[in-house]
Each structure stands twice: as C-alpha cells, then as structure tokens.
Design a protein around this ligand. Structure first.
Ligand code: ARG
Length: 408
C-alpha cells in the first residue's frame, strides 16, 4: 500500500511515518508545503528521508496560497466570528489539493494527515480530499492511535525518531497570513496569554512611542502598493507583518466555535491580515452603495463560516465569490492607517470611485443638497410607522398619559 502523508516535520507526523510503515506496511510518501510558514523545508525533507520514506515532495505554494486563498479572503473581509482571519483554515484545502495531486501522480491508495479528532483541520482536509478524489482512502494516525503525549514520546524513542526539544508549551500553526497558538497555559480562557506565546508582535507596552502611518493602495479590492511603492500582494503582507508587528498590532484572543461543537480559546497573531481587512472594509464603505454593503455583510459572513467549516469545495463558495468579485470592481483607492501601541486605525481614505460627495455632505452654505426635499421624504419614509402607532398596542414610550393611540 502507498500512502501520501502531509508532513510538517513535527513529532506527530514523524511518529505517523513509522506507524504507517508498521501498521499498514505502507510505502510512505511525504509532502511538505511552503505556505509562508518560514521553516527550513530542506531540514524537514532530510528528517523525512532519515525516517525511511519512499519519496518526499517539498512544494513552494506561497504564490498559489496568496492568489487563490488570501486574495479571496481579503475581498470577503474574512473574519470568522468577527475575529479570526482564517489563516489556518485557508491553508487546509490547499494542503488537501496537493495531497490528492501527489496521490494521483504516484498512484497511491491513501492519503494521511496528522490531525486529531477534536479540531477543524481534519474536517477541512478530509472533505476536500473526498470532494476531489472520492476513491482515496484517508488515514488519520493521530486520531486512530489514541496515544498520549508521553506514550508518543516513548514510542518515538523506541523507534529512533528524533524528539524536538520544545522550549515552549504551545502548539503552533503558521503561514503567511497568520499564526495560531494553542495549548498549555492558553487552555485557561481566563488567563491572559503569556508574553512568550507571541513571536510576530511586540508587547504593545514596548511598542514605539511614535505612531507609524501606512498608506495602502487598493485596486479591484486588493492592495497593490504600500506607501506608494508598488508591490505584489505577497510583499505587502510580508512588509505589513513586520511593520504592524513592531507596533504590537494583530494580537487576537477570542472564544471560537469549532465545527465539532467544542468551544475553544484561540490566540492568534495576524498583523498584516488585521490591517488589510480593516483598510479594505473602510474603502468598501466609501465606494459601495449602502445596499451593496448591507447585502455583502451577509455574504461575507457566510463565506467565512463556509471556509472555516471546511467546505471550500462546496459550489456555494464559488457562487459567493462570484458576487464578491463583482462588487470589487469599484473598490480602489488609498487608505491611511495609523499604527500605535497595539492599535490600528483608519485615519484617511480617498478614491476616484468614491460615492462620498462633499457638495452633499458639507454643512457649509454652498452645499448642493436641497434640504426642502427632506420634508417630503420624512413624510413617506415613516408612513407605515405613523399608521401602525395610530392603531395603538405599544407600551413605550408612554408620552402624554394613558392613551397610546395617536391620530393619523
Ligand atoms: N482554531 C483555528 C482553526 O480551527 C486554528 C487551528 C490551528 N491548527 C492547528 N493544527 N494547530 O482554524
């Protein structure tokens, strides 16, 4: 049997190699993707080879991750439950796609991953694999073997698997779009995350005393320049992760609802994601009509939930993307952000497609807004409200005594 395993180089997936070799007598093919997690892929490859894998694939998919996944997340203002920029969630369908790609090429019988049975990642990977290649068997060693951490280490020791010396008690998953930090002291939702949980952001208390201003230029809903320097979306993200991280911007701590029903405390760092989405939302407010904005809020939320819940491959995701894409035609212009002591605020925006009309908005005398029109508008706008009130039956407000019936 041939199995293609998503390999991170960590203890779980290293043990999984041996376990698949022993339990299934499998030829294990490992796949490691570069999604911008800033790890040494060469070292991971060597580790896999030392564990006797049949073949190893290292693939740099950062550009694909940016273009097909992050770009859409930006246009959708994707924040699951209002907070989580979905960085881990977005990478899973891509990982699953690549597993399938390799499995088909190698004519493998199964794919395998190192997810536990408690999280969302197993759902995201397996739904995608099943949607793309229903004939492939899926093996989830960590979910199946039920080993405790101690037992796992004991097994690793026996099999000569190198045990990484962990200096921190956290479980980390990171890519270009953000960093997820779980476990250890973070399991107590009342305890403030210890400072050593964070690596991309400085403590806001230690951030510079002077703010930094950043201008993001958008076209078709995506940043195309930073401080007037044109660059790829990938480079905007890399630059902003550093710039905003230095100001302590992008720390997220919230309670999240997993697909499997568990509530969990999640801590993230996503400086670029937080800044870009904040700017993008603001620019949409300036360039989209209120009707578009109200409807898009619903679409955006649905998109985020769908992706969080592992249904990247559902047709609805593409349907929603088609709507979102259309709205982005007018989302262009500059947004000025102010980074200061852990906060990011939009302090200015301008656009050639702006629907903001100074002539209408100003309170100055030269305003072109015809105030006389407002009188008739109000008559009609509240029409049904006036009639309904005149029929009575409302307890509040009790103006002018007992009789709630106004005359209309
Ligand atoms: N709670 C986040 C999610 O479900 C983060 C998951 C991080 N994944 C991991 N294997 N540590 O998307």
């Amino acid at each position: 049997m041939k199995v293609v395993l998503a390999y991170s180089g960590g203890l779980d997936t290293s043990v999984a190699i041996k376990w698949l070799q022993e339990k299934y007598d499998a030829e294990v093919i490992t796949v490691t993707l570069d999604v911008g997690q800033m790890e040494d892929l060469k070292a991971i490859e060597e580790k896999a080879k030392a564990l006797g894998v049949y073949k190893h694939y290292s693939m740099n998919v950062v550009d694909e991750f940016v273009e097909r996944f992050i770009a859409r997340a930006i246009k959708a203002n994707a924040l699951y439950q209002g907070k989580y920029p979905l960085h881990s969630a977005l990478s899973r369908p891509l990982i699953a796609e690549k597993l399938v790609e390799v499995a088909l090429k190698e004519e493998a019988d199964a794919v395998a991953h190192g997810c536990t049975g408690k999280g969302n990642d197993q759902v995201r990977i397996e739904v995608t694999v099943k949607a793309l290649a229903p004939h492939l068997k899926i093996i989830a060693p960590v979910r199946e073997w039920g080993l405790s951490r101690d037992k796992e280490i004991e097994y690793a020791r026996k099999k000569g698997i190198p045990i990484p010396i962990k200096d921190k008690p956290y479980s980390i998953d990171q890519n270009l779009w953000g960093r997820s930090i779980e476990c250890g002291p973070l399991d107590d939702p009342y305890a403030e995350p210890p400072e050593d949980a964070f690596e991309w952001t400085v403590n806001p208390l230690k951030a510079p005393n002077e703010p930094t201003y950043v201008t993001l230029t958008f076209k078709n809903g995506l940043p195309v320049a930073l401080n007037d320097i044109e660059m790829s979306l990938k480079d905007v993200i890399i630059s902003l992760n550093k710039l905003a991280g230095r100001h302590g911007v992008g720390r997220i701590d919230h309670i999240e609802d997993r697909v499997v029903g568990i509530k969990s405390r999640e801590v993230y760092e996503a400086p670029a994601a937080v800044c870009i989405i904040e700017a993008h939302k603001d620019l949409e407010k300036m360039t989209l009509t209120k009707h578009e904005l109200v409807f898009k809020l619903i679409v955006d939320d649905r998109w985020s939930r769908l992706v969080y819940e592992g249904l990247w491959c559902d047709p609805l995701r593409e349907d929603l993307d088609a709507f979102i894409e259309k709205t982005q035609e007018r989302v262009e212009g500059d947004v000025r952000l102010k980074l200061y002591k852990g906060t990011v605020n939009v302090v200015g925006r301008r656009s050639s497609k702006s629907l903001y009309e100074l002539d209408l908005a100003t309170y100055e005398e030269w305003s072109k807004f015809d105030q006389k029109l407002a009188k008739g508008f109000i008559e009609l706008w509240g029409l049904q409200t006036y009639i309904a009130r005149s029929r009575g039956g409302r307890a509040e407000p009790n103006v002018g005594g007992k009789d709630q019936n106004t005359k209309y």
